[in-house]
Design a protein around this ligand. Structure first.
Ligand code: TXA
Ligand code: MG
Length: 321
């Protein structure tokens, strides 16, 4: 396993040639690190599922370097999708569209739709462009575990493969892309993420949260996604902490010190962007400690806070399952 500087042209070319020959590489994006393969090479994509131990029914996101590439991947691109691409691409928004036959079934887990996004991280774009084809990539973590936002997280999570990890620094957003689809002219929100719903609303289209009724259930949206290994409990007050052999993830620094052994704050003064960028890396660190439980302070559900709470709630569900 080699960690290469993602801002070095030779490293990008080396990684692109691994991808071109059917290999898998880890690369930085502005949301989290991805584990990528040539999206049109079904065997290469199959390797991603093996390395991640990810169930085959969980579809991958296809990453493009240019907006126009969408028309080679999607059968139909509705007006609402174009508006969102214009407003949020390159950036952390994944749009689910009807797929063309050239996208292998393994990428989409057999669905007739494909999730597409154009990342904004310069190294991600350089890599996709060097390959000259879209890259299918999930987050670069073993299935169900916390997403990596640093190259060294990825290095610690896997053994031999991926052979190359491109180090492009800390992921700026620190949480995954927002995922949307379009149904009956409405934007359906599948996953809260780095584009807050308030920003989606600003384009003037109708935005609805996904419910069981308005769109068919997507595979992969499992309740225990993003979970740390240790049980996680969401709390509102410090007096809910009953186990001292615990970690505490606070939203913002407070005067009163929690009685937990390890304490981390997402932001000193409650800045949502700072909090999101620390979110997974703090969770990974707290999870690694010799503790029995992680307590997480409830995060205000505005802006990126909504995406963080969605992930905390999934992690907490695993605990009681
Ligand atoms: O920010 C991100 O989105 C990162 C970076 C690497 O781009 N990627 C990421 O991928 O988070 P992943 O595989 O961890 O999450 C992708 C999720 C799937 O679990 C699934 O829920 C949803 O995207 N998805 C992908 N294609 C879909 C489709 N055709 N229909 C419904 N959901 C889809
Ligand atoms: Mg993931």
């Amino acid at each position: 396993m080699e960690i290469l500087n993602a801002f070095d042209v030779a490293a990008i070319e080396q990684a692109a040639s691994v991808l071109a020959s059917g290999g898998v590489v880890a690369f930085p994006t502005e949301t989290v690190y991805g584990l990528g393969a040539d999206a049109f090479n079904a065997r290469a994509v199959a390797r991603i599922f093996e390395i991640k131990r990810r169930p085959r029914f969980d579809p991958l996101i296809v990453h493009v370097a240019k907006k126009e590439w969408v028309f080679d991947i999607a059968e139909h691109v509705p007006l609402q999708a174009i508006r969102m691409m214009d407003r949020f691409w390159p950036g952390p928004l994944t749009i689910i569209l009807k797929k063309q036959p050239c996208v292998p079934d393994i990428v989409t887990a057999g669905l007739s739709t494909v999730g597409v996004r154009m990342p904004s991280h310069p190294a991600a774009l350089a890599l996709i462009e060097a390959l000259g084809r879209p890259i299918a990539a999930p987050s670069a973590n073993p299935f169900g575990y916390i997403s990596p936002t640093r190259a060294r997280h990825v290095a610690k999570m896997f053994r031999d493969e991926p052979g190359i990890i491109l180090d492009g620094g800390n992921s700026r957003f620190g949480i995954e892309s927002t995922i949307v689809s379009i149904h009956d002219g409405m934007i359906i929100l599948h996953r809260h993420g780095a584009v807050p719903v308030e920003e989606l609303n600003s384009i003037g289209e109708t935005v609805r949260e996904k419910t069981a009724g308005n769109v068919c259930e997507a595979p992969g949206e499992l309740p225990y996604h993003y979970a740390p290994m240790k049980p996680l409990k969401i709390i509102d007050h410090l007096d809910e902490i009953t186990v001292s052999a615990s970690s505490y993830l606070g939203f913002k620094e407070a005067e009163k010190q929690p009685p937990s052994r390890y304490v981390k704050y997402l932001s000193r003064d409650g800045d949502m962007r700072e909090a999101a960028s620390n979110f997974f890396s703090h969770l990974i660190e707290l999870d690694r400690q010799d503790i029995d439980v992680i307590y997480a302070e409830r995060i205000p559900e505005r802006g990126l806070g909504k995406a963080m709470m969605e992930r905390l709630m999934k992690a907490a569900k695993k605990c009681t399952a």
